[in-house]
Design a protein around this ligand. Structure first.
Ligand code: LR7
Ligand code: MN
Length: 584
């Protein structure tokens, strides 16, 4: 049932037939209410809610307020109403060099007002929710490394302007050892306009975003810490809906729905419509995914705009009780720079007794960049292998049960060889907090996940797939699916050449599958919910048979093109060998 009171929009239609129907419904509702065992619950008026067993709303007697701000006046100017803004031709060069530097067109950003009006992307129901008037105070923590000035400041402006001042204790900027000149005195001067409500602290060495967030939480003075990336615009009345579930239960972490801001034009547009609800899941290679609420969850929801439980979240934007976060050890301090921390915190919260709720009435825009504009610097120097996969391995080794660990290693075979560092502290914490097994999470929270990403059968072979004819390797060539595969020089790093074949005949690279037709050998989207495929590898003849089409994978001797040909096991152009890769 919904946990917040909502004024239901008065029905204005007065046709007689409808009145009769409503009358019948009222009687039915009255009947259900009087039959219900719980007595002192707060209910929203209307027929919908009583279908569901209601929980007590908050403590039952708090004063509620609506906090909906007045409609902002219409303005005109670059980017107003969230519209795309295009530079005049004389600024194009400057614009594109800023994109290479920041991953964001800062010349566009600089032209757009700090307080531009963006479209209200919420479900219209959201205007009618009421929240306790004594919500906890919050520190909004924004960590940044070499971010653009105007995008960082627009994030702060929108937070200060669009949050009820009584709840906003402070905005805490944590500089992760940036080098850019305008993030020094200019930044310090700029924030004095907020008379101490906006604070700045700086790391004395690069820590990476994960540790920097933990530093921010330790330093925060608010009861709740709320993290944002440094290139966001918070939307109308975004804050109370994020604080209310935490007010009710300090072990609930809340996540706003993230809208997109284009990194070239600053166009503001929702990723999802106001009426569709998605939640965070992942596939077995630990790639983050979002998926529509499973039907069994939708069925018990009385309002589309009510918060709902989610297995995980994208990582950047969320609110959590500060003491609770610190009692969980904040983030695993062994995680490096970027990535996987969203899973670490999510699994820890769920498995150790807390919960995660996505809050459709809180919308925040985030600039999605085309690429990562910074390097991991010294933090990556002593590490063998990709940092992000090392992080995933840490998370998987701490929180997964053995059978689930296998799915990860099947999907990401090189991870077995990576050095994840010491996880004994994390295992001790898990023990101390008496956390539940991962299976519990899969069965009770992420129960829809296996429908999309079923258990992975083991690999029979994996590694580089070398052609005997040319000593080149099968390669995605960086093409997105669907697209043709190619061959190129065997480089030994895996990545686009790391091919896996499982016991069910599925040939795959990364999260994509490999199939073939008359045009050639193709990279395709794996069919959701399946793990099988058409391939069979013959160890003795080294041929790769496509069972459905009855032909073999071949590299054409003349043009070096991949195709399926009638099988001819003595032909070198049809011989392939899997060569295992070991990280160096
Ligand atoms: O070394 C660093 N130190 C930092 O302080 C690297 C980054 N940062 C800062 C950076 O300036 C930014 O403010 O950390 C913040 C996040 O870095 P981004 O914006 O480069 O990350 P992202 O938006 O590409 O990636 C997402 O995944 C990350 C994984 O660790 C983080 O969790 C990001 O917060 C997260 N962003 C979101 O969830 C936003 C929305 C959806 C997406 C993607
Ligand atoms: Mn970001």
């Amino acid at each position: 049932g919904s946990n917040f009171r909502m004024k239901v929009i008065a029905m204005r239609r007065t046709k007689a037939l409808k009145l009769v129907l409503i009358g019948a419904l009222v009687l039915l509702v009255f009947y259900i209410i009087t039959q219900s065992t719980s007595s002192n619950e707060t209910r929203s008026a209307g027929a919908l809610v009583s279908k569901v067993k209601q929980k007590t709303v908050f403590l039952g007697n708090e004063k509620l307020g609506n906090f909906e701000p007045p409609q902002p006046p219409k303005k005109s100017g670059p980017g107003e109403e969230g519209k795309a803004y295009h530079l005049s031709p004389d600024k194009h060069n400057e614009g594109s060099s800023s994109v290479s530097e920041f991953g964001i067109n800062m010349v566009v950003s600089d032209d757009i007002a700090m307080d531009r009006v963006i479209p209200d992307t919420r479900n219209p129901e959201c205007k009618h929710w009421e929240y306790p008037e004594d919500l906890p105070t919050v520190t909004v923590v924004i960590v940044f490394h070499n971010e653009g000035f105007s995008t960082l400041m627009r994030t702060v402006h929108t937070v200060v302007d669009r949050s009820p001042p009584q709840f906003l204790k402070e905005v805490l900027l944590v500089d992760d050892f940036s080098e850019k000149a305008n993030l020094k005195e200019k930044l310090e001067d700029y924030i004095t306009r907020w008379n101490g409500k906006v604070r700045l602290i700086r790391n004395i060495q690069r820590e990476g975003l994960i540790r920097t967030r933990t530093i921010g939480a330790e330093e925060a003075k608010g009861e709740v810490v709320l993290f944002l990336d440094a290139h966001c615009e918070v939307n109308r009345n975004w804050l109370p809906p994020l604080l209310a579930p935490i007010y009710k239960d300090k072990t609930t972490m809340t996540v706003p729905v993230i809208d997109g801001i284009d990194h070239e034009t600053f166009e503001y547009r929702p990723v999802y419509g106001a009426n569709s609800n998605f939640r965070g899941i992942f596939e077995w290679g630990m790639l983050y995914k979002e998926s529509e609420l499973p039907p069994e969850m939708e069925r018990i929801r009385d309002h589309k705009s009510a918060p709902y439980k989610a297995p995980t979240h994208a990582g950047g934007l969320f609110a959590i009780d500060r003491e609770y976060f610190l009692s969980l050890g904040a983030y695993d301090p062994g995680l490096l720079v970027w990535g996987g921390e969203n899973f670490e915190l999510s699994f820890k919260i769920w498995q150790c007794g807390g919960s995660i709720e996505w809050v459709p009435c809180s919308r925040v825009g985030h600039v999605y960049r085309g690429f990562m504009p910074y390097t991991f610097g010294k933090l990556a120097e002593k590490k063998k292998g990709p940092l992000i996969t090392i992080n995933y391995k840490r998370v998987v080794e701490v929180w997964f049960d053995d059978e689930y660990k296998e799915y990860f290693y099947t999907r990401e075979p090189l991870a077995r060889y990576l050095d994840m560092g010491d996880i004994s502290g994390q295992l001790a914490l898990k023990e101390k907090l008496q956390c539940k097994p991962f299976k519990w999470l899969m069965e009770n929270v992420a129960y829809d996940m296996l429908r999309k990403y079923p258990a992975l059968p083991p690999n029979t072979h994996w590694g580089e797939l070398r052609s005997a004819a040319s000593s080149q390797c099968l390669d995605t060539m960086g093409h997105p699916a669907p697209g043709l595969m190619g061959v190129s020089h065997c480089h030994g790093f895996g990545n686009n050449q790391l091919i896996r074949l499982n016991t069910e005949g599925q040939l795959a690279v990364g999260e994509r599958c490999i199939d073939a037709d008359t045009q050639g050998i193709k990279l395709i989207f794996c069919r959701l919910g399946t793990v099988d495929g058409p391939w069979q590898y013959d160890e003795t003849n080294h041929v790769l048979l496509h069972k459905r089409l009855g032909k073999c994978a071949a590299l054409h001797p003349q043009n070096n093109q991949l195709s399926l040909l009638p099988c001819d096991p003595v032909n070198n152009y049809q011989k392939w060998t899997f060569k295992q890769i070991v990280p160096n």
